[in-house]
Write a protein that binds this ligand. Structure first.
Ligand code: NAD
Ligand code: MG
Length: 401
């Protein structure tokens, strides 16, 4: 059994963050909270810090820090309050923690996830946007600094479980021996059977009503457009060093088979379970041991049947855009992710129709294709490209009005 782990949960007030705290609380003998972070909900952060005994909280600015102090109002002494994005990266690298749960949403989570890898931590990576924007940089950091990388995204966690590995998680530079293909499953989201012509007036509440998973709003919209699956193809490419033409997507509406690995001998290994993020989170926290997660039993007889079909790229243009970006290169992947973040936020704010998310993303990819190609040497280059793509996407949103 591993020694006691002290964990920094970055993005603790989110959906993955909350599930992580739920699993940690089940294992006080081997898991403890070192730090928590949140962007907005300070009351919730204070309640989490009180319940978990966190020593540190990280908040975005001085105003949030004073709101945290008001919300704390506890008799116990307050955790140390650290402020700002640099403090987030410093906390991810802090000697006070062994493990970092990277559960911030969006490219905003990249610097802290990278800092955790560079500090040689066990990194539980939920933040897929970090890999989409900076896959080669991030994987090199894991390798160069002896970090342990455990994928938390349910599909990648399933694939990880179905791949041969020792008792140590690593960052491979070529596909695992004997593996032919990775098969990512996708629920198809709430609009799987809807006519694409019908989706113009879809509301944020409808787009966020995922049939199987309860998640944050951004990833819920991504699941509806299936751009989420596109981000996951790029994520799988980096995590498992797998060429894009050996990554297949299958729509599987029940979300019971979380993904599969096909081997040269024709064997296909799958990981199954109820759609509850506490399973992959417990796997990452316990690895190589198995920990109780609180997730119920999978009663296959009750499900009766499991269905699979190829995705219809006409219905889900965002998935096709992600494959295009992956073959175009890293700059295009940064542009894809940045444009999507801007477009989804605009949709959630009521400033962009649902069907224009794909249009804004496509326009930003086109703009990017016309730029002279630049070498991305480090985090600053990635963040500069990300900022430029966001600015272009924001203009595309305005022009759409
Ligand atoms: P969420 O919106 O529920 O939570 C996001 C968290 O990040 C919150 O704690 C928020 O305070 C924090 N945050 C947001 N913007 C920030 C910023 N600019 N700086 C610092 N912190 C910020 O999101 P979620 O659904 O928990 O998803 C988190 C990540 O995990 C995403 O990358 C998502 O794609 C991935 N993921 C989520 C699920 C899921 O079931 N929710 C499954 C697989 C992967
Ligand atoms: Mg997923």
């Amino acid at each position: 059994m591993r020694a006691f782990q002290r964990i920094a949960v970055l993005g603790s007030t989110g959906s993955v963050g909350e599930s992580t705290l739920d699993v940690i609380a089940r294992h006080p003998d081997r898991l403890g909270v070192f730090a928590l972070s949140a962007n907005t909900r300070m009351e919730k952060l204070a309640a989490q810090a009180q319940a978990s005994g966190a020593r540190v909280v990280v908040v975005p600015d001085a105003d949030a820090a004073s709101r945290f102090r008001v919300a704390w109002a506890g008799t116990a002494s307050s955790p140390e309050i650290r402020v700002g994005a640099a403090a987030l990266a410093d906390t991810a690298a802090d000697a006070g923690c062994d493990t970092v749960m990277a559960a911030i949403v969006g490219a905003a989570g990249l610097p802290s996830a990278l800092a955790a890898a560079r500090a040689g931590k066990r990194v539980l990576l939920a933040n897929k946007e970090a890999l989409v924007a900076a896959g080669s940089l991030f994987m090199a950091a894991v390798r160069d600094h002896g970090a342990e990388l455990l994928p938390i995204d349910s599909e990648h966690n399933a694939i990880f479980q179905c791949l041969p590995h020792g008792d140590r998680a690593a960052a491979p530079t070529r596909p695992a021996a004997g593996v032919r293909r990775l098969i990512l499953t996708a629920s198809g989201g709430p609009f799987r059977d809807r006519d694409p012509e019908d989706l113009h007036s879809v509301t944020p509440a409808q787009a966020c009503a995922h049939p199987n998973w309860s998640m944050g709003r951004k990833i819920s919209v991504d699941s509806a457009t299936m751009l989420n699956k596109g981000l996951e193809v790029i994520e799988a490419h980096w995590l498992f060093a797998m060429p894009p033409d050996r990554i297949e997507v299958l729509v599987h509406p029940q979300s019971v088979v979380h993904s599969m690995v096909e081997y040269d001998d024709g064997s296909v290994l799958a990981q199954l379970g109820l759609p509850d993020m506490r399973t992959p989170i417990a796997y990452g926290l316990g690895f190589p041991d198995r920990l109780a997660s609180g997730v119920g039993l999978l009663d296959l007889a009750r499900w009766g049947r499991l269905d699979f079909e190829k995705p219809d790229l006409r219905r889900f243009p965002c998935l096709a855009l992600a494959f295009d970006a992956l073959s175009a290169g890293q700059g295009a992947c940064i542009a894809l992710n940045a444009a999507n973040e801007i477009a989804v936020e605009a949709f959630l704010q009521g400033a962009l129709p649902y069907t224009r998310i794909a249009a804004v993303t496509a326009a930003t990819l086109e703009w990017h294709a016309g730029l002279p190609s630049v070498t991305l040497n480090g985090l600053d280059d990635v963040l500069a490209q990300d900022a430029a793509a966001r600015a272009h996407a924001a203009r595309a949103v305005l022009a759409d009005r």
